[in-house]
Design a protein around this ligand. Structure first.
Ligand SMILES: [Zn+2]
Ligand SMILES: [Zn+2]
Length: 218
């Protein structure tokens, strides 16, 4: 599908208000989002932005959640023109549809699965057409974080760890700059996971001082 601005690219993820700060999860004790998707409470708090848009779509179409028609609707949403639905609905539809080739959640299969690769490629074409008009960079980061964590077993370890650590702050509205992302990943490659987990913002993670043995001697 070729992205076209003739489609509305309706915004997504804006129905429930976002938290104003990263807070501890009552279930797993880590910051909300760090347990995604394993911790049920973290998953629920993160997925609420997707679920609200999907519920609105179901209501508009007169479809009941859990009914066989819901899956049919998901297939129709994925076959529709790119930009006809919010990005959140596209993502949710991918969760409801099993990949016909690798039988896993669509878009989360191994990198060799053509069907998953196509669905994933299409998903990011949405962002390319919509940022910054109807999608903020923060929303793009939120989508990227969640997509990466759902397909974690097929993504690079440092990328997965980066999004695990960053998701609580992204959820609260922060967006990692390219420089911050580079710094944080450098710290991860130096096994600084614990120090990063203690930091209370993306900025604090990025500005962790280098370890002495990593600092070039004068
Ligand atoms: Zn949790
Ligand atoms: Zn697949």
């Amino acid at each position: 599908m070729v992205p076209t601005m003739a489609q509305p690219y309706p915004p997504g993820g804006r129905l429930p208000a976002r938290p104003d700060a990263a807070k501890p999860c009552p279930a797993c004790g880590d910051l909300v989002g760090r347990g995604y998707p394993t911790c049920v409470t973290c998953a629920d708090r993160v997925d609420t932005y997707w679920r609200a848009d999907w519920a609105a779509l179901l209501e508009g179409e007169g479809v009941t959640e859990g009914a066989p028609e819901e899956r049919e609707l998901a297939t129709l949403v994925l076959a529709d023109d790119l930009g006809a639905h919010p990005w959140t609905c596209l993502d949710w539809a991918m969760r409801l549809v099993t990949c016909p080739l690798c039988r896993t959640e669509l878009g989360t299969g191994n990198p060799g699965c053509m069907s998953c690769a196509n669905a994933d490629q299409n998903r990011w074409a949405w962002d390319h057409a919509a940022v910054p008009k109807t999608m903020t960079r923060n929303e793009h980061a939120l989508r990227l974080a969640v997509a990466t964590l759902r397909a974690a077993r097929h993504r690079r370890k440092s990328v997965v760890a980066f999004w695990h650590l960053s998701l609580p702050f992204v959820l609260a509205g922060a967006t990692p700059t390219a420089r911050q992302a580079r710094r944080i990943r450098t710290h991860l490659l130096a096994n600084r996971h614990e120090d990063l987990a203690e930091a209370d913002s993306l900025t604090a993670m990025a500005i962790l001082p280098d370890l002495p043995w990593r600092t070039p001697t004068p």
